[in-house]
Design a protein around this ligand. Structure first.
Ligand SMILES: [Zn+2]
Length: 376
């Protein structure tokens, strides 16, 4: 295994790419989907089960972990990998986005952001330097630069001002990160839906120099059409030989569209969160297991799926345990959803490698258009 962080591109098909990120903690096959382990756990899943679904890397949230249990405590206990019993790569976000979306009483200055914890109201300060320190204490393999994501709706002028602040913070993040062999620092492109601002941001980041580049400020309610509109050009502003990460995306069709546009990595709470609310993602679209139509259905959720929920249980059972609020409901549906997402990524990787992505995507949409199986 490599002692360094590196990215090698193996094949392209149109704008889509497949390759491998090498890290001292293992390889990440791209395009990669990262399950979200917000509070040092992918909810309802054991780490070995997450691995069994095919995940090469998890995402951890700096904002949540700094508040509870605290980065210093995680470091004393041997780092996040040891703490949560996951020995493969972990990417941590910078905390910036969740300060904006979750915390109360925020005060933003050139220096950083002061905010009140959503848990107990305690006051905290987050700067590029502090975010780098927290992510180092957690032991993150891929560290994200500290950025600001403007609250929507925002004028173009506000987006530009925020983007330029994020670029100054990107430089401070780079300086504070220092030289840490085997660990990577990713910069985050901002600029909203304005092409010129995206290009300016991409150039500023490349002047600083990062190990990978994220497209930030999307999946914040702008809709798929606007997001794809940005992805039609934004990845082209980034270097070809570094990984490109689209933050917070998404639904299966968002993922397919993003991969077609040259994205290598994604993360989203959707497969795990929706598993706990009775929503399943299958080859034939979304299934709501709490619907009464499943109560007498002896068939599996998805007959083409090899996950434990589909090989061992009927729709009738999954419906029953959801309605009875049994814990196994969230466990089985989360496992299925994560399995489905990873199988989709594997299918995309193979299709790109074999130059048949268009046919794969056409089949993906055709199966979804059929809709869920008819009730018995
Ligand atoms: Zn399944």
């Amino acid at each position: 295994m490599s002692k360094r962080f590196s990215f090698s591109l193996h094949a392209t098909d149109g704008q889509a790419r497949t390759g491998v990120i090498d890290t001292p903690r293992g390889q990440i096959r791209t395009p990669a989907f990262m399950p979200v382990g917000t509070a040092a756990t992918v909810k309802a899943m054991l780490p070995e089960s997450v691995r069994q679904t095919g995940a090469d890397i998890l995402l951890g949230n700096t904002y949540h972990l700094m508040l509870r249990p605290g980065a210093e405590r995680v470091e004393r206990l041997g780092g996040l990998h040891r703490f949560m019993n996951w020995d493969r790569p972990i990417l941590t976000d910078s905390g910036g986005f969740q300060v904006m979306s979750l915390a109360g009483l925020r005060k933003l200055t050139e220096e950083g952001v002061t905010f009140a914890s959503h848990i107990d109201g305690s006051k905290h300060h987050l700067t590029p330097e502090r975010s780098m320190e927290i992510q180092r204490m957690l032991g993150s393999d891929i560290v994200m630069a500290f950025d600001e994501c403007p609250a929507l709706p925002a004028t173009e002028e506000e987006v530009a001002k925020s983007m330029r602040l994020s670029m100054r913070w990107a430089q401070r993040s780079r300086d504070a990160f220092g030289d840490r062999p085997g660990h990577a620092l990713f910069g985050i492109m901002q600029g909203g839906v304005t092409r010129d601002l995206r290009e300016e941001s991409a150039q500023a980041l490349q002047q600083i120099g990062f190990d990978g580049y994220a497209v930030g400020g999307l999946a914040v309610g702008e809709g798929q059409e606007a997001m794809f509109g940005v992805l039609d050009y934004a990845p082209g502003f980034l270097p070809e030989d570094k990984p490109r990460y689209l933050m917070g995306v998404g639904k299966p069709d968002d993922i397919v569209g993003a991969v077609q546009r040259g994205i290598d990595m994604m993360d989203c709470v959707l497969p795990s969160r929706s598993g706990r609310t009775g929503q399943a993602w299958t080859h034939r679209g979304q299934v709501n297991i709490k619907n009464a139509r499943h109560a007498d259905d002896p068939r599996p959720l998805d007959e083409n799926c090899s996950c434990p929920a589909c090989t061992g249980y009927s729709r009738a059972y999954l419906h029953h345990v959801f309605r009875s609020q049994e814990m196994i409901s969230g466990m089985l549906l989360t496992w299925h959803n994560l399995h489905y997402y990873q199988e989709l990524m594997a299918g995309l990787r193979d299709a790109i490698a074999e130059g048949r992505l268009d046919a794969f995507v056409a089949d993906f949409h055709a199966k979804r258009a059929e809709g869920d199986i008819e009730p018995v």
